[in-house]
Design a protein around this ligand. Structure first.
Ligand code: HDE
Length: 700
């Protein structure tokens, strides 16, 4: 524990200037450094005189078991880790608030959804699913989107993903799905990748996964930024009014920055350039006051509406198209505070779909029903105690009281002799709130008990087809190419055949493209299916490109400069880009300030070899002829430009920089703009140059 009593204690220690070492093994300078600082102590408060040398029998002799200070320190260190999440281990989070803008009082008594203008504090954690906690941020993977609302009536956890459907229809299949996608048990790889035999083997035998597979193979799983992903509660939940009448609800988060993804080659290279790409982006945005924001929207529908849907809303492999049940925006979430400590908050935050508030209830979605068990169970294993709700990030911010007592790491000290209810001995003891306490929806259940999948869950392909056919041609090509990439990694051809067989039910053209892409001589047979797929009206809301925003807000432009670059085009571009909301970073061959043509110094944010263009949404190449002549022989400089071009980004170039573009094989198009044409560059930087793609890569 840190001592906070000392008046000299610096808030976070970061601003304290520590004198440089003067001599010896650290003893002397350390004495100087600690003057005026709080004493270092053991966990028992014992002041420590020497934190650099363990207790030895003589200066060159063995270390003594007696050294309790060494043992306490090392023992604590040995126990620093807790089990990582079995899924969603890699994540990052932030604090913020939810503000309700439209009341749902007609449907629910939940205060968080009825008190317009009220701000509810929350903590949000984003994650990938398959990789371990040290894996990269940008594999092709679903993103977790989990929000803990600290409401006046208790914590409400909305534990969703950035994709509105899931792979499987029943919780009992989850361990198999996850074992199949995680690293293979005999070899311990691949890390954070679905492109391997066990995943596709399982999928090939699980046709209900095909809709989700379409989403996973789309660029939705390659987000540009966590600030640019949607979120979905996936399952249907219930809202309950005061009379107990229930309305079904699906929850959606929509980012105000719009949707944007990277493309596959870019995501792969980002993983090498900055494996913390997404968490750094979130951290930097919040630090700069560019608070990420999402709208919360709902789809509301009754049992009667649901009876008319051409699918079963309890099946988590199905979504309700926005065209069928429109979204109503009811509020907004703003993330405005980075956690004080990653472990204490982001690592220890414990989400459970069973955390809800009066006025809400679950649906019978069999996946949700299984989750109600799994999350509490996993918190006990990860956090090690039934008292995990006492950890500050998990504790409700409203009063809470009951007669649960004791247990591992109990932090509370309840007083008095009463720890049961009902009782007559303590008037202040907690009691049931019969009128306004949480109540489950009174739903009549009939039918035959058994391990039976409803027939209404049998259509596995119609929505997969609807998704594929709703995409733009560019997105379809990316999706088909992702399938070719993944299936090409398989060692077993029969798995490839089985997957292409499923694709035939979804879209014949897609199946053919993938078959051609993996070099199949002929199309494999389609598997038998209980229900033939139906045609559904395309839903443009399922696209990414259609949901990209025409803005530079949240986007970042990298300017490649060097000694001798002209100041004027740099300033003109920087000023205009900043005014348009972009972040601007300078990249140069050396990190030291660059000396521009007019003799002025320009601070550099990234050294060229360590700051490739994959880290930016658009680039500018502003070089003197001399510098360009040197950089054409520099692979990192040529790659900087070639990748920006290959990743369909806008490129601004001044006359000096042209030589580098030539060396990178850039053929001018609408996205390659003279640096002087600032407005044109800004317009081009707001999107990707999709029309360029067929010139730079062969897609399936
Ligand atoms: Fe999870 N899931 N899940 N999941 N899930 C976990 O809980 C589980 C599912 C989701 O940032 C675990 O605390 C089962 C769907 C997110 O801390 C675990 C099933 C959706 C997170 C677990 C599902 C999710 C988790 C692992 C099938 C989208 C990260 C660590 C019945 C609606 C939360 C933990 C965070 C985490 C189980 C399916 C989202 C093991 C059994 C569907 C965002 O309890």
């Amino acid at each position: 524990m840190t001592r906070t009593k000392s008046t000299a204690h610096a808030k976070d220690g970061a601003d304290q200037s520590i004198p440089a070492p003067t001599a010896g093994n650290g003893g002397e300078w350390h004495q100087q450094a600690t003057a005026g600082m709080p004493p270092l102590t053991t966990n028992q408060g014992l002041t420590v005189a020497d934190n650099q040398n363990s207790l030895r029998a003589n200066p060159r002799g063995p270390t003594l078991l007696e050294d309790f200070i060494l043992r306490e320190k090392i023992t604590h260190f040995d126990h620093e880790r807790i089990p990582e999440r079995i899924v969603h281990a890699r994540g990052t989070g932030a604090h913020g608030y939810f503000e309700l803008t439209k009341s749902l009082a007609k449907y629910t008594t939940a205060k968080v959804l009825t008190e317009v203008g009220e701000k509810t504090e929350l903590f949000t954690r984003f994650s990938t699913v398959a990789g371990g906690s040290g894996s990269a941020d940008t594999p092709r993977d679903v993103r977790g989107f989990a929000v803990k609302f600290y409401t006046k009536e208790g914590n409400w956890d909305l534990v969703g993903n950035n994709i509105p459907v899931f792979f499987i229809q029943d919780a009992i299949k989850f361990p198999d799905l996850i074992h199949a996608v995680k690293m293979e048990p005999d070899r311990g790889f691949p890390q954070a990748a679905s492109a391997h035999d066990t995943f596709w083997d399982y999928i090939s035998l699980t046709p209900e996964a095909m809709h989700m597979v379409m989403w996973v193979m789309s660029d939705r799983t390659l987000p540009r930024s966590l600030r640019m992903i949607e979120g979905f509660g996936i399952h249907s939940f219930r809202l309950l009014d005061a009379a107990g009448k229930s309305t079904f609800v699906k929850f959606h988060w929509r980012p105000t920055l719009g949707l944007q993804s990277t493309i596959w080659d870019e995501a792969v290279k980002i993983a090498g350039a900055d494996s913390d790409y997404h968490r750094r982006d979130l951290f930097e945005a919040i630090s700069a006051g560019n608070f990420p924001e999402w709208e919360l929207a709902v789809q509301l529908f009754t049992q009667e509406d649901a009876n008319a849907f051409p699918f079963d809303h309890l099946d988590p492999t199905k979504l309700i198209p926005e065209e069928l049940v429109p979204l109503q925006v009811i509020g907004r979430m703003v993330l405005d505070r980075w956690p004080n400590n990653f472990f204490a908050e982001t690592e220890q935050v414990a989400f459970c779909p069973s955390h809800l508030v009066p006025g809400m209830d679950f649906s019978n979605d069999p996946l949700l029903q299984g989750r109600l068990h799994s999350y509490l169970d996993t918190q006990l294993s990860r956090l090690g105690s039934v008292n995990f709700h006492q950890i500050p990030v998990n504790a409700p911010k409203c009063p809470f009281a009951n007669n649960q007592r004791d247990g591992h790491m109990q932090m509370g000290q309840p007083t008095g002799r009463v720890a049961y209810e009902p009782n007559t001995l303590l008037a202040t003891a907690p009691r049931e709130l019969t009128a306004s306490g949480f109540r489950s929806a009174a739903i009549e259940e009939t039918g035959t008990k058994g391990r039976i999948r409803a027939e209404t869950f049998a259509d596995h392909y119609s929505q997969a087809r609807q998704f594929y056919r709703s995409q733009t041609a560019f997105e379809q090509a990316h999706l088909a190419s992702a399938l070719v990439f993944e299936l090409s990694k398989l060692e077993h051809p029969h798995i490839r055949d089985a997957i292409v067989g499923h694709l035939r039910h979804i879209d014949g053209d897609l199946a053919q493209r993938v078959a051609d892409g993996v070099g199949m001589a002929s199309l494999p047979p389609a598997p038998p299916t209980a229900v033939l797929p139906e045609e559904r009206a395309p839903s443009p809301a399922l696209q990414i490109i259609g949901k990209m925003k025409d803005t530079l807000q949240g986007r970042s432009v990298g300017m490649l400069i060097a000694d001798g670059s002209d100041r004027a085009p740099i300033e003109a571009l920087r000023t205009a880009l900043l005014a348009a909301g972009a972040t601007v970073k300078f990249i140069a061959p050396k990190i030291g300030p660059a000396t521009l043509a007019d003799g002025s110094a320009q601070t550099i944010d990234g050294q060229l070899a360590g700051t490739p263009s994959v880290l930016f949404d658009a680039v500018a190449v502003l070089l003197s002829a001399d510098a360009a002549a040197k950089l054409v022989k520099e692979a990192a400089a040529v790659d900087f430009v070639r990748d920006a071009f290959g990743h369909l980004k806008a490129i601004a170039v001044d006359p000096g920089g042209q030589a580098l573009l030539k060396a990178a094989g850039v053929e001018p198009d609408a996205g390659v703009v003279a640096a002087a044409k600032v407005e044109m560059f800004i317009a081009a930087a707001k999107t990707r140059q999709w029309a360029r793609e067929s010139r730079v890569r062969t897609l399936a």
